[in-house]
Design a binder for this molecule. Sequence first.
Ligand SMILES: *Cc1c(COP(=O)(O)O)cnc(C)c1O
Length: 814
Amino acid sequence: MNCFSLYDLWKCSNQNFIYTNKLFYEIFFDTRCIINGKIGVYFCFEKNFDQAKNYINEAIEKQVIAIVSPFKINIKKCPILIYHNPIQLLQKFAKKYFSQFEHLKKIAITGSNGKTIVKEWLFQCLNDHYSIIHSPNNYNSQIGVPLAVLQTQYKHKIGIFECGISLPNEMKNIENIIQPHIGILTNINKKHVENFSCTKQLIEEKCLLFNNVKTIFCYCNNYFMYNFFKEKFKKQEIIIIGEKKFCDIQLCFFKKNYIYIRIFSKKYCFKVQIQNRNILFNLLILISVLYHLGFSTIAIQEKILRLQPITMCLKITHGIFNSMIMCDTYGLNLLSMKIAINKLKYLFNKKTIIIIIDSLLNKKSYFNLYKDIINFLNSIIVDHIFLIGQFKKKHKIISTNSISFFVSINSFINSFNKVNISNASILIKGYQIFKLKKFINTLENQSHNTLLEINLNSIYHNIKFFRNCLNKRTKIMAMVKANAYGISEYQIAKFLQYYKIDYLCVAYSDEGVILRQNGIYIPIMVMNISNNSYDDIINYNLEPEIYSLKILTIFLNKLKEKKYIKKKFSIHIKIDTGMHRLGFQKFEIHNLIKKIKKNMLYIDVKSIFTHLVATENKKDYNFILKQINLFEQCYKQIIEQLDCNPLKHVLNTHGVINYLNYQFDMVRIGIGIYGLLSNNNKHVLKNVITLKSKISQIICLKKGDSVGYNRIFIAKKNIKIGTLPIGYADGIFRKLGNTNFSVLINNKKIKIIGAICMDMMMINIKQNNYNEGQEVIIYGEKNSINNIAKLCETIPYEILTSISVRIKRIFIEI
Ligand SMILES: *Cc1c(COP(=O)(O)O)cnc(C)c1O
């Protein structure tokens, strides 16, 4: 593992020195992911002082060696380096470190799409010949690039780095760190190219990466861009790649499994396994770079046929024996291994099992990489490691964790004891995971062909959307009642905690208990408390919504009975301002205050809130304002007499959209997390939920044949129909049957016919050539839950919460 010295880090800051020769091995920038603090330095990138202080304290608790902070904070437990812009310091440090590898050939890749694929493919093709450092996953940002270059070692001969930008002026920094020799520009979005003048700035910005390179490879499919490049890069050798005649390397045409290309003046034909046009251009870039590096066309042909599919995705599912299974198909390198393990350890702090499979590397670098990974794993506790690859006895590896080596997939599968994975979280990592597909399917217990796919990137996007709407100090309470609107028992809550949501809210105390038992430590409000929930509330540190004097009295008695005086217990007061469900009416506030005053030793009013009756649109504007007005009177009355300062909150998802001025201290977001808004604003959120199934059987019907119960559907001509293994017991409303709704196959609408059965339904595939096993999207981005809700005369909430628990949930990150 690479090591760095505190002395060098301090020196980089140019402001003061540290007299120590202490070394560190890791850079932490996310306190959640510090597993073994004793080996690293924490860089605090937080801009809010209070929040930064919290993170720094957490890092100290985790015993980090030193801290870099943008704020002056007085700490004694470890050295602290104050630097106004820690990201900039990290970049300076990385640049300094990286500059010592003068012999390294550096390739930098940018563009709108295809960066990661081109990077991973180049790696796959070159690593037979050279020892390579390449950036992990999609670590291409202001932080990702420095972290990636800090992994470089003397043995590396080629560095391949992916570079992305989200704001102007960022590329300059990245160029300055890497100073690449070869630049690659993959595809720039079609949309962008059409209004080239508008996005000229973007392309110019991206091209800053190439200011000092020798050679540039540009994908280019229009004349404007061509001229732009030729104008701009007069000093550099520039190789234009694309379909047009003016290209230096041109895709002439492709037919079935062959592509015909022209490289300068010579024509070649290559056999390929790829059909997708956009991906073909990435392949063309790859071929161009290999050609430039001196590989013969025969060698190139052999390499491109061996390319491994790159799915690049992280998938998390529930497995057999109460295990959690995380499949990570990002390329294997040390940093990407660390990222995966950090996530696994954070999300599921259970028994940890790691399975690594990859035999793509050349034997020597392969062994070195495994050694590095095992060294890293020695610094954390793992229950068992399985390595599948080409091992030789002479390769001695010292591991403090228990470890098994396998030279073949079969020997691994035969000796793997599934019972041992009970209650474990399992990481399966490597490009070649697909070779373990059957094995993984048995672990995941994939007996059912229907899946509910939950896109975590979209959830993150949606939360960010709401954060951006709100003032900086406004907190977000995520409503995860009813198993997060029917989506998952505790996983969604866990991801929300990972995304640093401030508060969670459930309906009943047993839901809160499940969250606590699964490692959720952020505050949880419970809305409906009853006689048998008080013990759980107290034992699991849940925070009750107090909605009547009666329950306050019982709760206080319980606290007194348990002699609960370690600290004040947090409660939330609900005011009824018009919903007339639960809550104090205005006339009761006086007595409430009296009661609380008498018991200040036991309880702390953490928040006061009300619920608005109609926020989807502004139709009930006057009523809503009346509600808010009444609420504010009650709030004022309470805080004046109790002399406290509780959080004040009224808005739900649509409240934030339509009544943003009343965000107060916190908002309560539910349906918005899942990307479902009822009005035209819906495009601002991303789709989270996709329900998929597979055709289990296809049969042919003759004209006049009927389908399903009560012969609702009669074929008007000869057709083919397919049966899907999902029905009303899974939450597919019967209203959707009888040609009322269509599922999607390859984006094509296919009608549901006949009556929907309990566990199955039938679709009319007409004369389309589908096979059994064909994937079908029942709803998702293009086939929205909102439409279904309308058709069924209900709201998206009811559709979500009706998805049956027997449908397997899969969480993905792409
Ligand atoms: C469910 C609930 C919310 C969230 O509503 P959405 O419309 O899903 O955002 C907010 N507040 C209370 C009291 C709730 O019960």
